[in-house]
Design a protein around this ligand. Structure first.
Ligand SMILES: *Cc1c(COP(=O)(O)O)cnc(C)c1O
Length: 452
């Protein structure tokens, strides 16, 4: 099927996530990705692009990593799916042991699901039920952070704090208590007042990703842990974005040397291959669900594809590469190089208000123009013409390349991004960039690197 035909069918039948469909493809024909290799993606016309956002923050070692491909193929030769409800399978068992071994101390129990959102729903329900059936039913409230993002399902939206995404659903959401990440005094005051009725505090450790890579100090994590302990409150760490080496440690909590009571992982768990998530819990929480059948202390939750064997096979292969190639140590090194490149090439640009960077996560805040100009979006169009795929959060340009990127490719990505920011800031950018993309789509323009 050729690109034009695919675009036509996309326009007729597909509804894209987080996308205003009106005008979709009017003058920015959608990129249709057909193939990936290493840190590059290829469209249906054979153009190559650096994957600057790890295919929405999940690709770890790169696309088509032979070891992961092979593991999934081998699993296909055994069984593609078998349920975890009342049955088990080798992949889920081995992966649970591996996750417990690499997780912050004390997280010995692994409950599977299939997305970051479900991992968060599960953590919330576990915390709530744990207190309900262990003598503290008055602990019904959750403390969340302003600007938090924990997923798009109703429970995870309830503990979200981004008005743009969450405001519409307000009437459907449960009440929460809100503080600003990084402000220890505010949390201390809140818990002095509300402590006995709080079930859990939930946060994205160190980096609030979807909010635009907002960062808080490591010491805040220590403070939150200490205050939770003081008030008998559970701490839920949502490591969906920060987990698996992104921040230069396997998990962001390690920077502070703390262990949460519940930890959510997803995105990078399978190396970016397949939808799989896990909620890790302490033995204490786990024990709080034990009892005779007739006591109904069971955790009544489980998705059909929970712990899917193909996804578990990919995850095990992913973690094996982490071990073999010392991926975390490498990511930490690469993160330093990344910081230098950002400092040299992005910081001096006009309109760059702030660069927020930790490990292999970065948000570049632009301040040049009114939001309706959608400069962040224009930067991604310019980057696409230059040969890189990035996706902004408003006027914050996010760079989060796969950890498997080479220094050279990283330099190329930063250089392309710098050029794209400069280009998109020019006054004629809105019209010019869209015209370039439209003429590319019509097959008349020069585009990203053509692969012969
Ligand atoms: C992406 C993300 C989620 C949601 O994960 P999905 O797999 O998209 O449901 C939750 N929390 C954080 C911190 C995330 O970045």
């Amino acid at each position: 099927m050729n690109t034009d035909h695919l675009r036509e069918l996309d326009r007729t039948h597909v509804w894209h996530p987080f996308t205003q469909q009106q005008g979709w493809e009017a003058d920015e024909p959608p990129l249709i990705i057909e193939r990936g290799e290493g840190v590059r993606l290829f469209d249906t016309d054979g153009n190559s692009y650096l994957d600057g956002v790890s295919s929405l923050w999940c690709t770890v070692h790169g696309h088509q990593r032979e070891e992961i491909d092979q593991a999934v193929r081998e699993q296909l030769g055994r069984v593609a799916h078998s349920t975890m409800l009342g049955l088990s399978h080798p992949g889920a068992i081995q992966l649970a042991a591996k996750l417990s071994a690499i997780a912050p101390e004390g997280l010995s129990r692994v409950f599977y699901s299939d997305s970051g959102s479900t991992a968060v729903e599960i953590a919330l329900k576990m915390a709530f039920q744990f207190h309900a059936q262990n003598g503290q039913p008055e602990r019904t409230q959750f403390v969340k952070m302003r600007d938090a993002y924990h997923g798009d399902t109703i429970g995870s939206v309830s503990v979200g704090g981004m008005d743009l995404f969450h405001q519409t659903y307000r009437p459907l959401l449960f009440e929460t208590l809100e503080v600003t990440a990084g402000d220890t005094d505010a949390l201390e005051r809140l818990l002095e007042a509300e402590g006995p009725t709080v079930s859990a505090v939930i946060l994205e450790p160190l980096v609030q990703g979807a909010a635009g890579m907002l960062m808080h100090d490591v010491s805040y994590l220590n403070d939150v842990r200490r205050l939770c302990d003081r008030h008998g409150i559970l701490l839920i760490a949502d490591e969906v974005a920060t987990g698996f080496g992104r921040t230069g440690k396997m998990f962001a909590c390690e920077h502070a040397g703390i262990s949460p009571d519940l930890m959510c992982v997803a995105k990078g768990l399978t190396g970016g291959y397949l939808p799989l998530a896990a909620t890790l819990a302490t033995e204490e929480i786990y024990q709080g669900f034990l009892g005779a059948q007739t006591e109904y202390r069971t955790f009544f939750h489980g998705h059909t594809y929970t712990g899917n064997p193909l996804a578990c096979a990919a995850a095990i292969a992913n973690l094996d590469i982490f071990e073999r190639e010392q991926t975390v140590a490498r990511a930490q090194q690469l993160g330093v190089t990344f910081g230098d490149l950002l400092e040299q090439q992005i910081k001096p640009l006009p309109h760059v208000a702030e660069i927020r960077h930790l490990g292999m996560m970065c948000g570049i805040e632009l301040d040049c123009c009114p939001p309706e100009r959608r400069t962040g979006h224009l930067v991604t169009l310019a980057a696409r013409l230059g040969g890189a795929i990035i996706r902004p959060l408003g006027d914050v340009i996010v760079l989060m390349p796969p950890l498997g990127i080479t220094e050279r490719e990283l330099a190329e990505l930063v250089q392309l991004t710098a050029a794209a920011i400069a280009d998109a800031s020019l006054e004629d950018a809105p019209v010019r960039l869209k015209a370039s993309l439209a003429s590319d789509a019509a097959g008349t323009g020069a585009s990203a690197t053509e692969i012969p």
